[in-house]
Design a protein around this ligand. Structure first.
Ligand code: NAP
Length: 331
């Protein structure tokens, strides 16, 4: 038997055993994850099925050139990233696959998330779409497979994803952009509770109520756009700059630290290696209660892209694969 198959079998066996024995610990038990290549200590959390997920990963939205995507992932692997967040709609899964194939790092040390495109969110289309993702990623299993948008036949798609999960083709399944009401209904009417809900979260959009509901149903919160995509002057915000100065850190590091301390996984996007290092180097300081109160005051109440807005739902339904948020004018 080749080593890859052996490793995978042992890996899945360990995951299954852990699922059986690990309690969710209130919400998420954080524990030391790994000493990365460059010596940053990172942390992981335990999902509701017992598997470990790194607390910090790399987002790769809008990196469409496959060679560039491969370069970004290779740089990130070298820096120490082990969690990568792609999607069928990003049209860059093949770049991730090429980088992972080229690296000497064992597959089981890397946590790959991809997401189901809404056109395939029906019970009969999920498997073929998932197989295509695996082909592009050059893997035989995916760590986390998410419903990307709350549109189309979500319950049918979830049944098909649950089957793939039971067949151990996926280590955890979850959702994105599910607001609290939809999440509660979904959790109450499915056999398998989502392991993760990936939603926007940053100092201007703090999502305390959604996090509360996630905790209630033992769904881990994963923050996308942790820097609000660099908009609204987030990096030059005076409050964040003061906190950063106090800790001898950058604004980006303060934001990521704030999320991690809320037990929220963060997947900041950057193509720059220096920023990759900066964003990962957040496990050596702590925010105090004054810092947290200051950040709490930055909430704007503006949800940005609102999944309760019929125009947004119409626009999402009309999106083509590979079409970026930036080109739509909705970003
Ligand atoms: N599920 C969903 O519906 C959904 C939606 C949106 C995003 N996502 C995921 O979440 C990931 C992150 O969100 P995002 O890409 O929307 O935005 P983001 O991570 O909030 O912000 C990315 C921006 O911040 C800049 N940046 C990164 N690190 C920096 C640093 N240390 N200092 C200064 N600037 C920095 C980047 O520029 P450079 O690249 O030039 O460094 C880029 O312009 C995405 O890539 C994607 O994987 C998921």
């Amino acid at each position: 038997m080749d080593n890859n198959k052996l490793n995978r079998r042992e890996f899945l066996k360990t995951s299954a055993q852990m699922a059986g024995i690990m309690a969710f610990g209130g919400l998420i038990s954080q524990q030391a994850f790994a000493e990365t290549a460059k010596g940053f200590k990172t942390e992981s959390l335990t999902l509701n099925n017992g598997i470990q997920m790194p607390m910090l990963g790399l987002g790769i939205l809008n990196i469409k050139d496959l060679k560039e995507c491969q370069r970004v992932i290779e740089d990130a692997l070298e820096v120490g990233y082990r969690l990568f967040d792609t999607a069928q709609s990003y049209a860059n899964e093949a770049g991730v696959g090429a980088a992972i194939k080229a690296t000497g790092i064992k597959r089981e040390e890397i946590f790959i998330t991809t997401k189901l495109f809404k056109d395939y969110a029906t019970e009969d289309k999920v498997k073929a779409a998932f197989d295509e993702s695996c082909k592009k990623l050059q893997v035989d299993y995916v760590d986390l497979f998410l419903i990307h948008q709350p549109i189309n036949d979500l319950y049918g798609a979830w049944r098909a994803m649950s089957l793939l999960y039971k067949q151990k083709r996926i280590r955890a399944i979850g959702v994105c952009n599910f607001y609290a009401d939809r999440l509660v209904d979904f959790c109450m009417n499915n056999e398998i509770i989502p392991a993760v809900n990936q939603c926007a979260c940053n100092p201007f959009r703090q999502e305390l109520e959604l996090q509360k509901q996630c905790e209630e149903y033992r769904v881990a919160y994963e923050a996308f756009s942790p820097f609000a995509q660099g908009k609204n002057g987030i990096f030059s915000n005076k409050t964040l700059q003061e906190i950063a100065k106090k800790h001898n850190k950058s604004v980006a590091q303060v934001i990521l630290r704030w999320l991690i301390e809320r037990k929220i996984v963060a997947i900041p996007k950057t193509t720059q290696k220096e920023r990759m290092r900066e964003n990962l180097n957040i496990f050596d300081f702590k925010l105090d209660s004054h810092d947290k109160a200051q950040i709490a005051s930055l909430e704007t109440g503006n949800v940005g892209l609102n999944h309760r807005d019929p125009a947004v739902i119409k626009w999402l339904n009309e999106r083509k694969i590979g079409e970026s948020l930036a080109t739509s004018g909705k970003k």
